[in-house]
Design a protein around this ligand. Structure first.
Ligand SMILES: Cc1ncc(COP(=O)(O)O)c(C=O)c1O
Length: 248
């Protein structure tokens, strides 16, 4: 009885605080799950989707009629916008995927072969650790650099972990758990110095932080469309630098 009364007083107090903080629309809910997917999306996003479904509705590049041409233009324009956002020379090096997990699986499994070595960190999302775990059972060697309690990575440990057969460093740009921003410029410098690939998981940073693939020496950039870029769910992509061949 006592617990119930206190609970309802507390509940009423919380509702009062929320109502005061959010007097406008949607005050019944405060959305805190933006690291998983952004919401609400800007009206331009669902208006563009509505336009596509109602007015275009064709597969890009599959025929020569007006609707497929427009669908193609939309895809091209999206590639160009992404290329200018990430400072990519050739928009054709961008591949669209279902999400960042899909892009990371393509990048990691397409890059690494049996007998090769890859360096990663203890701050990675499952979409990095799981494909790497699978690859370990196929003869890929994985070094996981343990980050400290703030999620910071020791650059000396990264450099010391490099072996003659190291092919890539796979690293998140920002942790989805503690928010730590990784020293990606230094990692890119280390990768360039040792002539190894740098795969950057920009799931939490694409559309939020500045990402310049040339300045950061990124070989493969993976990103979601549905988080910081404010696109719909089911969208993502990867950029594959000209000198990188991914097996499919
Ligand atoms: C750091 C990081 N990498 C990858 C992913 C996977 O992203 P997606 O939901 O687009 O598959 C997430 C998702 O939260 C993430 O936080």
């Amino acid at each position: 009885m006592f617990v119930e009364r206190n609970y309802s007083i507390l509940r009423a107090r919380v509702i009062e605080i929320i109502n005061r903080a959010f007097p406008m629309r949607r005050r019944e809910m405060v959305y805190f799950d933006s690291a998983a997917t952004s919401w609400p999306k800007p009206p331009e996003v669902w208006q563009a989707m509505e336009h596509f479904i109602k007015e275009v509705g064709a597969s890009p590049g599959r025929a020569g009629h007006r609707r497929t041409v427009e669908a193609n233009q939309i895809v091209d324009e999206t590639r160009q916008l992404l290329a200018s956002l990430f400072n990519i020379n050739d928009p054709e090096r961008i591949v669209f995927t279902l999400n960042a997990t899909d892009a990371l699986n393509m990048a990691i499994k397409g890059l690494m072969s049996q007998g090769e070595h890859v360096i990663t960190s203890s701050m990675e999302h499952n979409s990095v650790t799981r494909p790497l775990h699978t690859l370990e059972s196929h003869g890929v060697q994985v070094t996981k650099i343990k980050c400290d309690r703030q999620g910071k990575i020791d650059l000396n440990q990264v450099e010391q972990a490099i072996r003659p057969n190291t092919r890539a460093i796979v690293l998140t740009h920002a942790s989805n758990v503690v928010g730590t921003i990784m020293p990606v410029q230094d990692i890119g410098r280390i990768a360039a110095k040792h002539n190894i690939h740098f795969v950057l998981d920009a799931a939490q940073t694409a559309g939020i932080l500045n990402i310049d693939v040339k300045r950061l020496n990124v070989s493969v950039l993976t990103f979601p469309g549905h988080k910081g870029l404010m696109g719909p769910q089911g969208t993502g992509g990867l950029f594959i630098r000209e000198d990188v061949n991914l097996r499919t």
